[in-house]
Design a protein around this ligand. Structure first.
Ligand code: SF4
Length: 697
């Protein structure tokens, strides 16, 4: 890949990690890749620690450069040729499908895969394996906001406006979002907003880095955000802040919401949430009277068994105040994973075909089948959401084989010990990854994949802006791209449709498959992204403008109006009791990312965040007799985690916090609850009942 003269090669690309997709330039000299920040509208020249160190994995000693297969004699993973690994997979898939039927093989994808890969994986499942079972870890990221957005607006685009609009909002309400740690460069937009005299209000049970920058911090009991939102709307109604003209002209269903929120008396909601009435009133007034307000939710509000309804309650509030579709105003969701947005638009989700089409819609099936050159009747129907899929593995009715691309569910799944057991019970587990992740360690076959700096493609960031990922060097010998792996497997399985390994060609097919869908990429091309820096979907026409802002004139619903929906508070799936008297909530830290399979291997990030911990309020710690740094055991009905206590007054005394980036004894998801939202399938990562005690030697 290096210029023969040894002079540097450069590629303008984006960070491999989160949905902010910060702009960066990769400079390759003599095989060594250096990251330089690049000015882009989302990051404006900034990078966080993860972005700065992203290239450290390219030549990391843990990197896989040869396939591994599990040796029948020793039971250990051993190096193998690609031919042996692929034949092992094809033989295993055929044996399972011959014995148990096509749906006995499942595919599990990831929200970090490029659009091209997500598209190819969905097509591979439906056309090469002909299984209905495909879903992905994005189900655990923002499926609740996606479902609520679809229900209210008729479309799911994380931010329906450019991120720069945050700087123009007079009031910014962030609910369960901590971008100061999860995506620090985003805070440049918040700094603009505050410097211009705007108000930042944060809702979070912890005084996070973001909450500490806020003008007002509401610190509710975990699991009570929905009631809090309904109380804010109650106050808006009582004080006459509802935008009646907007509600009448642009929405339906408000009367039922009005009747529902009438019962959310602020004093009662204070008792439930712990948030003082005065703070509720200040918040409602700031949102209603500022002359431009944005309400943002993230995982804190969404990762609940009532996540869809919680997001809906905040959307109801935004609609009642007439915010969506106005400049510097609206509702949005802060997507987490790098391609969390694009990853759910192109067929990787159990119920969707490319273009965000429903897999049960006959017209959508006919269109996509036409692009794929197969009969629509041959396409399988919908599968099941991620956790339901993983929890069915190896059971009499569930899949017996699983192919995993870009995911590490042994660490990231809720009730992870149970999921680990399911994976161990499979006839065939295949994992395509960069390193031997905790999930790869259980696999029968591990396939080494290329990294972000070694392949082209597109990502769709949290704004719905399609971006180019560019290669600066070729993968090391022995490593293949996911697209090449998928194409080879499809070929060996005798798939009727063709599968290419050239990202540009795959993207061309994706454009045709998405044409006419909600997420229409027909007018997006590599050249156009090149020229503009990024293209916002929907973009159906190569000669027409793209769509940075949605909802200015109408909502993409049959009648053009947004839909209110009345929602009521209900308790968490698991509330505290004498045996488990505390609430556990989980989340991220600045220097680690998701399951940590990548970032835990980067020395600088390991120094910054060397291990898991359990945050306890000092009053609680005193009651439990736990000192700072002392190891504690956190036990729920499903399992336990052990990690050092970190005492901090920034957390509620009735709540404990653990980051979820680590496996082994410190795995937070050993404890979390697998109750899921009935609409989105989102597990309740953000609250479960636990007890905490000093770990005995
Ligand atoms: Fe990468 Fe996100 Fe950090 Fe930006 S904020 S450098 S996209 S991890």
């Amino acid at each position: 890949a290096t210029d023969p003269g040894g002079s540097p090669r450069e590629a303008a690309t984006h960070c491999p990690y989160c949905a902010l997709q910060c702009g960066m330039t990769l400079r390759e000299t003599g095989g060594r890749v250096e990251v330089l920040p690049r000015d882009f509208p989302t990051n404006r020249g900034g990078l966080c620690q993860k972005g700065w160190t992203a290239a450290d994995l390219l030549d990391h000693p843990d990197r896989l450069t040869t396939p591994l297969v599990r040796d029948a004699g020793t039971g250990q993973l051993r190096p193998a040729s690609w031919a042996e690994a692929m034949e092992r997979i094809v033989g295993g898939v055929r044996a399972v499908q011959d014995r148990h039927g096509r749906d006995a093989v499942a595919v599990f994808g990831g929200g970090g895969l490029t659009n091209e890969k997500a598209y190819a994986l969905g097509k591979f499942a439906r056309v090469a394996l002909r299984t209905r079972h495909i879903d992905y870890n994005g189900r655990w990221c923002m499926s609740s906001a996606a479902a609520a957005g679809n229900r209210a607006f008729g479309v799911d685009r994380g931010l329906p406006f450019p991120l720069a609009d945050l700087g123009r909002a007079r009031t910014l309400l962030m609910v369960g979002a901590n971008p100061a740690e999860t995506m620090p460069p985003l805070m440049r937009h918040v700094a603009d907003q505050q410097a211009a005299g705007g108000t930042l209000i944060v809702v979070d049970p912890r005084a996070t880095a973001t909450a500490r920058q806020a003008d007002l911090h509401l610190q509710p009991v975990p699991g009570t955000d929905l009631a809090l939102a309904n109380a804010l709307l109650h106050i808006a109604l009582t004080e006459g802040y509802v935008d009646r003209a907007y509600v009448a002209e642009r929405t339906t269903g408000f009367d039922e919401v009005r009747r529902t929120v009438a019962g959310y008396w602020p004093a009662e909601v204070e008792r439930l949430t712990g948030v003082p009435v005065a703070d509720l009133e200040t918040t409602a007034r700031a949102l209603a009277t500022a002359g431009g307000a944005i309400i943002l939710t993230a995982r804190g509000a969404e990762q609940h068994a009532k996540g869809v309804d919680t997001v809906t309650a905040f959307i109801n509030l935004a609609l009642a105040l007439g915010l969506p579709g106005r400049p510097g105003s609206g509702y949005g969701c802060l997507t987490g994973q790098g391609n969390g947005q694009g990853g759910r638009e192109h067929g990787q989700k159990a119920d969707q075909l490319p273009g965000y089409r429903s897999i049960t819609d006959p017209a959508a099936r006919a269109h996509v089948a036409g692009v794929w050159g197969v009969d629509a009747d041959e396409l399988p129907g919908p599968g099941v959401p991620a956790y339901q899929l993983l929890d069915s593995l190896g059971t009499p009715a569930g899949p017996k084989a699983l192919l995993v691309f870009g995911s590490n569910p042994v660490v990231s799944a809720p009730r992870a010990a149970r999921v680990e057991g399911r994976l161990r019970g499979l006839d065939l587990l295949v994992v395509a990854d960069l390193v031997r992740s905790e999930t790869a360690e259980l696999a029968d076959v591990v396939l080494p994949t290329a990294q972000w700096a070694e392949e082209d493609g597109t990502m769709t960031n949290l704004e719905g802006r399609v971006l180019r990922r560019r290669a600066v060097r070729t993968p090391p010998p022995g490593v293949r791209t996911d697209l090449a792996i998928i194409a080879d497997l499809a070929d060996r399985l005798g798939a009727k449709a063709g599968f290419g390994d050239d990202p540009a060609e795959v993207f061309g097919e994706l454009r045709r498959a998405s044409a006419g869908g909600v997420a229409d990429y027909a007018g997006v091309s590599y050249d156009r992204i090149e020229a503009a820096g990024g293209v916002f979907w929907p973009c159906p026409d190569a000669d027409a403008p793209d769509t940075p802002r949605l909802f200015a004139d109408a909502f993409p619903t049959p009648d053009g109006r947004a839909r209110f929906r009345a929602v009521d508070h209900r308790p968490a799936a698991e509330e505290v009791c004498p045996d488990y008297p505390l609430r556990l909530t989980t989340g991220r830290v600045l220097a680690q990312y998701q399951s940590g399979a990548q970032t835990r291997r980067v020395a600088a990030l390991r120094r910054a965040a060397p291990g898991a911990f359990v945050e306890l309020h000092p009053d609680l710690a005193a009651r439990l007799g736990v000192g700072d740094g002392e190891e504690v055991r956190v036990t729920s009905r499903r399992g336990e985690l052990r990690a050092p206590a970190r005492l901090t007054p920034t957390i509620r005394p009735d709540t404990v916090f653990a980051p979820f980036h680590w496996g082994g004894a410190a795995r937070a998801n050993s404890v979390t609850n697998d109750a899921v939202d009935p609409i989105s399938g989102m597990p309740e990562f953000k609250i479960c009942a636990v007890r905490v005690e000093r770990a005995q030697a």
